[in-house]
Design a protein around this ligand. Structure first.
Ligand SMILES: *[C@@H]1O[C@H](CO)[C@@H](O)[C@H](O)[C@H]1NC(C)=O
Ligand SMILES: *[C@@H]1O[C@H](CO)[C@@H](O)[C@H](O)[C@H]1NC(C)=O
Ligand SMILES: *[C@@H]1O[C@H](CO)[C@@H](O)[C@H](O)[C@H]1NC(C)=O
Ligand SMILES: *[C@@H]1O[C@H](CO)[C@@H](O)[C@H](O)[C@H]1NC(C)=O
Ligand SMILES: *[C@@H]1O[C@H](CO)[C@@H](O)[C@H](O)[C@H]1NC(C)=O
Length: 461
């Protein structure tokens, strides 16, 4: 696929897709409402509110959004967001945290250009780091966050130290849910108009869907105090969202969960013919194919072990790794799969990588898993799936077996169910990347019962 080929020239393949698309995606100038001609929305005066969100993981980006006084998104420079990115991982600053300030300075300068100076003091700036940082020692990531807090506290923007943090996976899942459901126009009326969102990030997998008021009131209490259901306000509507983050069950981190069982021997999940090592946040894993090659069935057994499907379940109705499934209901009838699910699907051509969304049955993932696990050599795997970048090829059988297993054995979804794989959402003739930053900004401007600077909970899980 042309798009993923472009992406792969960056570093971490699956997730930088979001970052390589540039700033303002819209050129079509299709206005979403019959506004008076010209740039009236942009010149709509002092009631508009801006939010600046730094989004840092495999790359460091800044996104600027503009809303009206009711929390409705407005166009900014002709698109739905202004976006700038520096293709460097936040984790690469671990030995030299002070250097991250110069990257932020570059990005901040561009962000400030998009916000009228008289509105800057009331424009919130938030910084969310990908939860991959949790794989580092706490003193190391705290040092980086400290530099960021210090830097942003000196900016002309509205800043609070707690707005700079590592974004918990469950929260990220909820914000991605906000983004997709808002842009699809699902947030009118009842929660049953909404879709469930499963996001595969690099270090975690997240699920979010809306539940009824009654289900929220009857949610079980958990011994560890975890709150699976939280209240969310978007514009003037309230939703109860079930959300959970599975860590480390992201597209990259789960590879180590699978490989750790076979580190001293060989793995039936590694594509035939490979023998190499993976260094993941300082831990070394042997990525060694079985002499008889990869095997779908044997890999699947290994993956189910890694998924911990038989973990103690305190409340009945668990998915995997001991997590409650939220009880189900109308909010999970339609399922949207984002990020890694979409991009891996596009690599193996079951998802149309040239389109922002594709409907498919979950069993399509199993079909390609079986084909890839049956490949007898790296060359054969490459010929079968030329869209998969070479550095991902050793993991192809494993990644596909995992995606299918997590959906069917983990979440209990019927393999014949049609789901939607998505990486961007169309809105009024423009598309916006699937992302958490927009959802976080939306919740921030929606909390109108309080002054925006009193909103304490951007990052609490
Ligand atoms: C895997 O084995 C290698 C030696 O082959 C060792 O260096 C590494 O620490 C092991 N990794 C784990 C996670 O046990
Ligand atoms: C989980 O438990 C079921 C029923 O006891 C068993 O058949 C299955 O093999 C177990 N799965 C794993 C991965 O341990
Ligand atoms: C578990 O599922 C059953 C059957 O669907 C349902 O009646 C029960 O309320 C669920 N319990 C929890 C805690 O989700
Ligand atoms: C993929 O999507 C693009 C854009 O919508 C479309 O033009 C193309 O025909 C699709 N390809 C396939 C194989 O469906
Ligand atoms: C492309 O995506 C849009 C929605 O994002 C969808 O309506 C359309 O059917 C898709 N086209 C193809 C060829 O899959």
């Amino acid at each position: 696929m042309a798009k993923s080929g472009l992406t792969r020239t960056c570093l971490l393949s699956l997730f930088v897709l979001l970052f390589v698309k540039f700033c303002v995606s819209d050129t079509s100038l299709l206005n979403r409402k019959a506004a008076p001609a010209g740039n009236n929305q942009e010149a709509s005066g002092d009631d508009s509110r801006y939010v600046i969100v730094f989004d840092a993981g495999p790359a460091i980006g800044v996104r600027i959004f503009k809303f009206d006084e009711n929390g409705k998104v407005l166009r900014i420079n002709g698109g739905l967001e202004v976006f700038h990115v520096v293709p460097e991982a936040l984790s690469s600053y671990v030995e030299n945290p002070a250097a991250v300030a110069s990257v932020l300075a570059q990005l901040l300068e561009k962000a400030l250009d998009a916000v009228p100076s008289h509105l800057q003091p009331e424009t919130p700036v938030i910084f969310g780091a990908n939860d991959e940082l949790f794989l580092m020692a706490e003193d190391k990531y705290e040092k980086i966050l400290g530099v960021i807090r210090d830097f942003l506290s000196k900016s002309p923007l509205l800043y609070k130290p707690e707005w700079v943090n590592i974004l918990p996976a469950a929260k990220e899942g909820a914000y991605v849910w906000d983004t997709i459901n808002y842009l699809m126009g699902n947030l009118v009326g009842d929660y049953s108009n909404t879709v469930a969102v499963l996001t595969q990030e690099s270090a975690s997998m997240q699920v979010a869907y809306a539940v009824s008021v009654k289900a929220a009131a009857n949610a079980p209490k958990f011994p560890n105090g975890e709150e699976y259901i939280t209240a969310h306000q978007i514009q003037s509507n309230n939703y109860y969202l079930y959300s959970h983050g599975y860590f480390p069950y992201g597209a990259y981190s789960v590879r180590t969960e699978i490989l750790k069982y076979t580190n001293d021997s060989y793995s039936y999940c590694v594509t035939s013919g490979y023998d190499e090592q993976l260094n993941y946040y300082g831990e070394i894993y042997n990525v060694r194919a079985s002499p008889t090659g990869s095997s779908y069935e044997k890999c699947r057994a290994n993956v189910l072990k890694a998924l911990n499907v038989n973990a103690t379940c305190y409340v009945h109705n668990c998915t995997f790794d001991g997590a409650w499934n939220g009880g189900g209901g109308a909010g999970i009838e339609k399922i949207y799969l984002t990020n890694g699910f979409h991009n891996t699907g596009a690599d193996v051509s079951i998802v149309n990588g040239s389109n922002t969304s594709t409907d498919l049955k979950i069993l399509e993932y199993e079909k390609v898993a079986k084909v890839s696990c049956a490949a007898k050599s790296p060359e054969e795997a490459h010929n079968l799936f030329p869209g998969v970048p070479l550095f991902e090829l050793p993991y192809l059988c494993m990644d596909l077996v995992y995606i299918y297993a997590v959906l069917v054995d983990g979440f209990g979804i019927d393999p014949t169910k049609v789901v939607t794989a998505i990486n961007a959402v169309q809105y009024g003739g423009t598309s916006m990347d699937v992302q958490w930053a927009f959802g976080a900004a939306l919740e921030l401007v929606s909390s109108k019962h309080t002054k925006i600077w009193d909103v304490p909970n951007v990052f609490s899980s």
